[in-house]
Write a protein that binds this ligand. Structure first.
Ligand SMILES: Nc1ncnc2c1ncn2[C@@H]1O[C@H](COP(=O)(O)OP(=O)(O)OP(=O)(O)O)[C@@H](O)[C@H]1O
Length: 601
């Protein structure tokens, strides 16, 4: 017996912003999901009803065949019976084909919708979500949802038709026997609905547990070196196993309910048959019923019993599907990044700086610690111009707010107060894609995407030819000396660039930015992993702005940026000074201290 219990860790369910819609999905949500496929569903329903109708004709033929057996084998009846059998099977096959194809389409459409939605979610929302859990919603949860169509509601609807036809036919054959059967069936359905309603919360619990397991594994796989080097392998593996145990718990609960449902329905159907056969035999003995009629009655009873047996399975499967749908809807309910209705591409205002910040403040969601002067604020009333066509460097101690400033220029977040202008226009009035396409941004840890060097380079310039890619690599000193340049473009960089060194990753990111050729270049701490030869690559960028391209560079190593046209010194979310290297050495104690530490003065 497992003694593992659910760990009290921060999980996707506790860390994330509560979704606006956390109610468990039900039939109305399922109907809304199925609406686009209503034509296919209608066809499947017609095929299912036709198959049931054909199957329902068989007992009548059986009855007349049985009753006329004494006069020899009635060949026509046997042929007709066989034809009905084949027709019903073909119709059922067609119905399954339509349903399964629609279910695949539903899974694809849901995945497409979810993928596009997730790609458009604000960075602030994504930061608070677990990657693994998001992936499990796109994969596992969507697969469960597919079952609503492939073996869910349509089957239920066809079952209802089968039950009605069977009831009518049985009433015509023997109302007394029917009374007995109906009483038993109503009891069975009542109990099934009761048990079935308990599968929905268990289904949701199971999907959540699987999502948490996925997130804990993705966290671990992304930091395996740290886990190994801190000798935390056993502890971390135990955490993951505990999540697997939670999934097991929830899975077992679902399995128990399924087993109860199946056992109960199986037993109930057997009892029903025995009771009807016994009562029917008495009625045949008393002459109230022929043997043929009793055969037909039993066949109708089986026709009715099959959907009832299935009913239990469908209910528990729907429980899981509704749980999965709940998790999908919770993601869809998150607001995506959206441009303001009046956002439009605007001509630059003559003479306006590439970026101008006016009293810009910013607070990260849920953040209460920050600068001493303004608790909670990562940026505190910053007013600053970045001149067009020049190089501006931003320096300052760790946590000063330098990267946050870049994130605001990229509109990963919007300021909590104040305004950012791009060429004189409020950035909120520009389309985000337009603004971002004008900026080439090299992030602090310069992650590479798994794939080839070429794929990484083309992210910023989709149709750049190989010679341009090679040029960009040459500029950052990243081409192999042995001349195998073409092969190099096809070299794999590994998961998040794990096959590259930190410095190579940074230079690849800089090459991508060069290739994009955007008018604004944002470089965040790009020298942190570069040796002195490669640091010169960045120094060249700093010097090379020729009035057309603007470079804004965050640097810890002042040697990289002494030649910048303007150096901005930040501390605790504020701009404390700005000027050239010489001016700042004279006027800014913090800058002097930074320079002193790096032996620059
Ligand atoms: N995504 C985030 N969510 C919450 N707080 C954040 C986030 N990113 C940064 N912060 C906080 O905002 C403040 C400014 O961080 P920022 O990364 O902008 O500083 P920085 O000057 O770039 O530092 P460094 O030189 O170490 O990179 C810090 O207090 C940091 O903890």
């Amino acid at each position: 017996m497992s003694t593992l219990t659910a760990p009290a860790l921060i999980t996707s369910e506790t860390r994330e912003t509560p979704a606006p819609d956390t109610r468990v999905a039900g039939f109305p949500d399922a109907f809304a999901l199925l609406r686009p496929y209503r034509m296919n569903i209608a066809v499947a329903l017609v095929l299912g009803v036709a198959a049931t109708g054909v199957a329902a004709a068989q007992p009548l033929l059986v009855a007349s065949t049985v009753d006329s057996l004494r006069g020899g084998i009635p060949r026509d009846s046997v042929v007709a019976l066989f034809a009905l059998l084949v027709a019903s099977a073909v119709l059922q096959g067609l119905q399954q084909l339509v349903l399964q194809r629609s279910a695949e389409k539903l899974a694809f459409d849901t995945r497409e919708r979810l993928i596009r939605h997730i790609y458009r979610l604000p960075i602030a929302v994504l930061e608070r979500r677990d990657r693994g859990d998001l992936v499990s919603r796109i994969t596992t949860d969507v697969s469960h949802t597919r079952a609503i169509l492939s073996s869910g509601l349509v089957e239920l609807a066809v079952s209802v038709v089968a039950v009605i036809i069977s009831l009518v036919m049985m009433a015509l054959i023997d109302p007394v026997l029917l009374g007995l059967a109906v009483l038993a069936v109503i009891t069975v359905i009542g109990v099934l609905v009761l048990i079935g309603s308990r599968t929905r919360p268990s289904g949701l619990r199971l999907q959540n547990a699987v999502g948490n397991l996925a997130s804990v594994m993705s966290r671990a796989l992304g930091a395996m070196r740290t886990i190994r080097s801190t000798v935390s392998t056993g502890r971390e593996a135990h955490t993951a196993v505990r999540y697997a145990a939670t999934a097991l718990d929830a899975g077992l609960q679902v399995a128990r309910l399924r087993a109860v449902i199946q056992t109960f329905t199986g037993m109930a159907v057997q009892l029903l048959l025995i009771a009807v056969v016994a009562a029917g035999a008495l009625r045949v003995a008393s002459g109230a019923l022929t043997v043929g009629d009793l055969s037909a009655f039993l066949m109708y009873l089986l026709l009715m019993a099959a959907p009832i047996t299935m009913f239990g399975g469908v209910l528990s499967m729907l429980g899981e599907a509704f749980g999965a749908l709940t998790r999908i809807k919770a993601i869809e309910a998150l607001e995506p990044e959206q441009d303001a209705p009046a956002a439009a591409v605007r001509e630059p205002l003559p003479g306006a700086p590439v970026f101008a910040l006016r009293e810009v403040s910013f607070r990260y969601q849920g953040r209460t610690t920050g600068s001493d002067r303004a608790p909670g604020l990562a940026l505190d009333k910053i007013t600053l111009d970045f001149p067009t066509g020049r190089t501006t460097a931003i320096v300052g101690p760790s946590g000063a707010g330098k990267s946050t400033l870049f994130a605001l220029l990229e509109r990963f977040y919007d300021p909590s107060g104040g305004t950012i202008l791009h060429h004189g226009h409020d950035v909120r009035k520009l389309p985000r894609d337009h603004l971002r396409s004008r900026i080439a941004y090299v992030e602090q840890d310069a992650p590479a995407l798994s794939g080839t060097i070429r794929e990484n380079l083309l992210l910023g310039a989709h149709d750049a030819a190989d010679d341009r890619c090679l040029d960009a690599l040459r500029r950052v000193n990243l081409l192999p000396a042995d001349g195998s340049a073409d092969d190099f473009l096809d070299a794999e960089v590994g998961e998040v660039g794990a096959l590259l060194s930190g410095g190579e990753r940074q230079r690849l990111a800089i090459a991508r930015a060069f290739l994009a050729g955007s008018p604004v270049l944002l470089l965040d701490e790009v020298t942190s992993n570069l040796d002195s030869t490669n640091e010169r690559v960045v120094q060249d960028v700093v010097k090379a702005t020729d009035g057309r391209q603007t470079a804004i560079v965050i640097a810890h190593r002042l040697s990289t940026v002494v030649a910048a046209d303007l150096i901005v010194v930040m501390d605790q979310g504020r701009v404390v000074a700005q000027g050239t290297h010489r001016e700042l050495l004279d006027s800014c104690p913090l800058y002097r201290e930074l320079a002193h530490h790096q032996l620059l003065d």
